[in-house]
Design a protein around this ligand. Structure first.
Ligand SMILES: C[S@@+](CC[C@H](N)C(=O)[O-])C[C@H]1O[C@@H](n2cnc3c(N)ncnc32)[C@H](O)[C@@H]1O
Length: 475
C-alpha cells in the first residue's frame, strides 16, 4: 500500500487552513516597492535558457565547476498605476523570483506546459486581489496546464478555464483533482494491472502499433514505440465505468507526461541543451538507450507522483470543493462558455505575441492520445492566438482587440482582470506588450489600473524581453 504523502506544511504553497485557502501565502503587500531592484544574480554570470518542462526561465550558474540550477524568475524592475494594485502585481513577480515553482506539494508542474504560469504568481495575485472583487468565480481563458484553476481551488473560488488545446482539459482536470487515500488506492490498483499487462506484452513481444505519423514515430526507438503502443492499448482498455474523466484520464495524462522523456527529443522545444530539467531529466538523456520496461516504469512512477500530489491537495481541500470547469474552447468565445455568469477575477497568460506555436509543442502527445484529428484539432491549428507562424503587426492588433472584447464582455462590473503578457516578437521588432495593450483597452471598454514588469531572458537567444502583469477593469 502506498504511504500518504508528507504533510505539505513546509511548502510555500501550503495554505494554513480552510477558508480562503492560501490567504496567508502571499508576501506582505504595500505600495512602497522599489522600482529599480536589481536582478540579484549574486555577481555570477548566469547562462540562461527557457525550461520548457514548465516554461520557466531557468538560470544556470556555474560555480566552481558545479552546475547549480535555480528554477526562479528574475525579480521585477518596475511598477506603475494604482499603488495598491501595482504592489500586488509587483509582489507576485517578486515572490515568484524567490520561489521554486516545482516545490509545490500539489499537482502544479505535473506534466509539461510551455510557458506555464509560475504558481506563485497565480497564488499571490489571487490572495491580493480576491478580497477587492465581488464573490464569484475566477476565469482563465488561456488555461493551459491549469495553474490558475488549481490556485482558484486552493482559494475556495469556483473556476472556469478554456483553452483551444484539447490536452489542456485533460491535464487541467488532473491538476485540479483532489483524491482521498481510498480513491488513490483505487487508481493504484488499476495502475498496477495496466503496468503488469504492459510488461507482459513486452515479454511476449506482442506487436502493437502506435497511432502516430512516421515523423513522430521516428522520435522513438522502435522497441520503445512498440512498448508505448502496448501501454496505450492497456490504458484504452480500462472500463469507462468511472467516466471518461476518471481513472482513464489520470493514466492517459501520466502516459502523456512521459512521452518526451522516452523519446529522442531534447525537450518539448529546443533550447534545453545541457540544462537540467525540473523533473530530473538531463538533455544528456538524448540518444541514451531507453531500455525494455523503462517507458512502463516511468509511466508508473509518474502516475504515483500525480496521485501523491492529488492526495496532498485532498488533505487541504477535502471533497467539498467548488466546481472547476474546463472547456476546450477559444478564449474569444468566453461569453458563450460563461453564459450569464460574470467573472469576478480573470487571471490569464495569453501566448506571447509571435513567440510560440502551441500546436507544434504538443503534436506528439496529441497524436498518441488521438487528439490530433477532428474538429478540436483543426480549430486549435486555425484559431491559435498570437502564433509565431502567423505573426504580423496587424494580426497582432486584431487578435488582441478580439481577446479584449471577449474579456470585457464577461468581466463583472466591479471585477478585475490580470493579464500576464510578454513583449511580442514581430519579425525583428520587439513590441512592448504593456504599451500595446494600453493602446487598445479603451476601445474595448476597459481601463488600465496598474502594471508591474520583470525581465525575462529570450530562449531563442535574442535580447531580454519584459513580462508584464497588467491589471484591467471595466470603464
Ligand atoms: C502561456 S500558455 C498558458 C499557460 C497556463 N497559464 C499555465 O499555467 O499552464 C497559453 C495558452 O493559450 C492557449 N491558446 C492559444 N490560442 C488560444 C485561443 N484562441 N483560445 C484559447 N486558448 C488558446 C495555448 O494552447 C496555451 O495553452
Amino acid at each position: 500500500m502506498r504511504q500518504p504523502p508528507r504533510a505539505p506544511a513546509a511548502s510555500p504553497h501550503a495554505p494554513a487552513s480552510r477558508g480562503p485557502r492560501g490567504a496567508d501565502r502571499g508576501p506582505a503587500r504595500g505600495p512602497d516597492r522599489g522600482a529599480d531592484r536589481g536582478a540579484g544574480t549574486g555577481g555570477l554570470t548566469p547562462r540562461w535558457a527557457v525550461d520548457e518542462n514548465t516554461g520557466l526561465d531557468r538560470a544556470v550558474d556555474r560555480v566552481a565547476g558545479q552546475r547549480r540550477a535555480q528554477a526562479n524568475l528574475l525579480p521585477p524592475t518596475s511598477q506603475r498605476g494604482d499603488p495598491v494594485m501595482a504592489a500586488v502585481l509587483y509582489d507576485a513577480l517578486e515572490a515568484a523570483s524567490t520561489t521554486d515553482a516545482l516545490a509545490s506539494p500539489y499537482p502544479h508542474g505535473f506534466h509539461s506546459w510551455p510557458a506555464g504560469l509560475h504558481p506563485t504568481i497565480a497564488a499571490t495575485v489571487l490572495s491580493g486581489l480576491l478580497p477587492m472583487v465581488p464573490q464569484g468565480g475566477v476565469v482563465d481563458p488561456f488555461a493551459g496546464g491549469g495553474t490558475v484553476g488549481l490556485e482558484a481551488l486552493l482559494h475556495d473560488r469556483p473556476f472556469v478555464g478554456t483553452d483551444l488545446n484539447p490536452l489542456s482539459r485533460m491535464v487541467g482536470t488532473e491538476r485540479c483533482r483532489p483524491r482521498s487515500l481510498t480513491q488513490v488506492q483505487a487508481v493504484a490498483t488499476v495502475l498496477a494491472g495496466v503496468v503488469e499487462r504492459s510488461k507482459d506484452r513486452v515479454r511476449q513481444k506482442q506487436p502493437s502499433r502506435a497511432p502516430v505519423s512516421p515523423e513522430i514515430a521516428r522520435q522513438y526507438a522502435p522497441h520503445t514505440l512498440m512498448e508505448l503502443a502496448g501501454l496505450l492499448a492497456e490504458i484504452d482498455a480500462i472500463p469507462r465505468d468511472g467516466g471518461p474523466e476518471g481513472i482513464r484520464n489520470t493514466l492517459a495524462v501520466g502516459f502523456s507526461a512521459i512521452l518526451t522523456k522516452v523519446s529522442n527529443r531534447r525537450g518539448d522545444t529546443d533550447g534545453t541543451a545541457g540544462i537540467p530539467r525540473p523533473d530530473g531529466i538531463e538533455s544528456d538523456d538524448v540518444g541514451k538507450r531507453v531500455g525494455r520496461f523503462i517507458p512502463t516504469e516511468r509511466f508508473e512512477a509518474k502516475v504515483h507522483e500525480l496521485l501523491d500530489k492529488q492526495q496532498a491537495l485532498h488533505d487541504v481541500v477535502g471533497d467539498d470543493i467548488l466546481p472547476v470547469t474546463l472547456v476546450t474552447a477559444d478564449a474569444r468565445d468566453l461569453p458563450g462558455v460563461l453564459g450569464r455568469k460574470k467573472a469576478s477575477l480573470i487571471l490569464t497568460s495569453p501566448p506571447y505575441g509571435g513567440t510560440y506555436d502551441y500546436t507544434h509543442h504538443h503534436a506528439h502527445r496529441l497524436a498518441f492520445l488521438g487528439l490530433d484529428a477532428g474538429g478540436d484539432a483543426q480549430s486549435f491549428d486555425r484559431r491559435e492566438l498570437f502564433a509565431r507562424r502567423r505573426a504580423n503587426p496587424s494580426a497582432f492588433d486584431d487578435e488582441t482587440k478580439q481577446m479584449l472584447a471577449s474579456l470585457a464582455e464577461v468581466l463583472h462590473d466591479d471585477g478585475l482582470c490580470v493579464l500576464v503578457v510578454g513583449d511580442a516578437q514581430m519579425g525583428t521588432a520587439r513590441v512592448d506588450a504593456a504599451a500595446h495593450l494600453e493602446s487598445l483597452v479603451h476601445a474595448a471598454g476597459l481601463a488600465m489600473v496598474a502594471v508591474a514588469s520583470a525581465p525575462r531572458p529570450d530562449f531563442t537567444g535574442g535580447r531580454d524581453r519584459l513580462e508584464h502583469l497588467v491589471c484591467l477593469r471595466r470603464r
